[in-house]
Design a binder for this molecule. Sequence first.
Ligand code: SF4
Length: 466
Amino acid sequence: MPISPLDTLRKLEVATRKVDPETQSALATRWNSLPESARVPGQLIGQKSTGCEATHGVFPKCNFSCTPCYHSEDANKVRVDGPHTRSEVDKQFSFLREQRGFGNYAQLIGGEVSLLEPEDHAASIAIMRSHGRIPMSFTHGDFDYDYLRAVAVDPETDQPRFPHLSFAAHIDTTMAGRRNNKKPVREHELHEERARFCDLFHRLRREYGITSYLAHNMTVTPANIDQVADVIRSCHDQGWRMFSFQPAAYIGNEHRWRDGYRELTSTGVWSQVEAGAGTTLPYGAMQFGDTRCNRVTWGAFLDGAYTPLLDDTDPRDHAMVAAWMTAFPGNFILRSKALSAVRYVRSIASHPKVLTEMVGWGRRFVTRAGGPIKPWWRAKPVTFVMHQFIDAADTATAWGHIQAGTRATDPATLEAQERLEACAYTMGHPDDDGLVPACVQHGVLDPVENRELAKMLPLPTRRSRP
Ligand code: SF4
């Protein structure tokens, strides 16, 4: 049947609303499922996003060993298999698209992503994008330019497959196996490796125009907490857009656990991150899930000094965030520029106060960063994150309560339950119609899942000699 001009106008009207009905409904469902403790004005989950997502059981194997490692001990018995990865990625993200709407950040995570053949890696990224996801490939970073180019560029045409790539590289002394430094002892031994990784992407941009977003991940233990600040000071100029720190937790492979993880407090780790940034890092004006799981500060380095975008002690910044969330619910991820432009205009028209709030906030930010006469063209946006997993034992008990529909009464389990309910990092289980926090995946489900995968995708056996 031909499409009438009226139908086209109706579609256009829906596509340029402040928020489309599909996203609006997914956001409302997510907001309603948050615990009271997480329903705060600056909450991004349920207002701007339904949360980050990630793959599971797609390529659990890794060729490094980390202490700690959040994978179960059977992960390395599972063969890396391209067709399995592609089909699982497709299944998991069509389910997540159905449940969580269009337009989320999602992690292509195993295992080690560079163990995938470049074609399978590229296909997985393309599948995730086709489901309205911005994929981020999680890696130990120990690969060369040839591998990156083979993922990013079509070998037949020598043309970019993607305009932009996101990678997160885990590089720190808790890992063993890096080609250039098998068992580093101090973090500074890895600074060159950190720069080498960023340089691969600088070259990709020079040669093919492909831009990138690079996140640096570091597990924090009692052995390297004193080096967190130096990693930031020495490496913030290398090309990273995010520094993310994960205090070690008792989750994953028990054989890789060490004593002392509980001595690490969120405040202790965050104060080291602040020492590296050279300033306090406020995280209370805008939050992603529960601040006991995630602390996030957005900001920029200018002339070597870091300035956070928001000052959570200033009520005017809180008011700006509230106006921004009211004017622009949902997000603009992977939407057409033309439709987004109309949507911006309609959003502002519906809530014009946002303009004055944003101008005021912009002035305050510029003043805090040193004034308008600074070389602003050299400003480098950097986000600081701390993500604290929950210990597997607490996760299991709290997950039991969530499944039974009961409420924990002891403080530790209740905290875990609230954090799981506000989880910002979800995995999809299409076969069980389930959405699962990553803590539950790694702390409860991975051992069984990986045992099953090891049967389905066994490692190749060596032929015995005749
Ligand atoms: S994965 Fe765990 S630690 Fe991370 S946001 Fe979810 S509940 Fe919190």
